[in-house]
Design a binder for this molecule. Sequence first.
Ligand SMILES: [Zn+2]
Length: 150
Amino acid sequence: MFEATAAAASFLPAESARYFMGIGDPEGVIEVIARGVDMFDCVLPTRTARTGSALTWEGRLNLRNARFARDPRPLDETCACLACTRFSRAYIRHLVTQHEILGLRLLSLHNLRFLLDLVAAARVAIERGAFDSWRADALARLLRPTSEAA
Ligand SMILES: [Zn+2]
């Protein structure tokens, strides 16, 4: 897919915006940006939220996991969204496991904010001419093995 994206992008005018339909995982978004894509559209952030999971710099967190039952931390320490600034992982887990729709809404808000912050950071890196190093650092953070990711 990434090879085909790079090949297709090379035929498109550089002054026009390039759109990729159906990519929403953080690693995939970074990879298609590297290949010249400017815009994305995907159900992944909200679909992932509806399954009780959060996209974070620690990887994807499944809030149904019992390890979050007493976790006072926000979904992502670096996120300024409503869910992260006001609620703990434990409370959001409680909402999700009790089938309270607020839990899934908070996860949707967080996942969308996470991706918006990710592409904003990519944009800044591109403007600074530092996208390649930003990309390497971002992928290393997203893909590093942690005991927290579920
Ligand atoms: Zn958040």
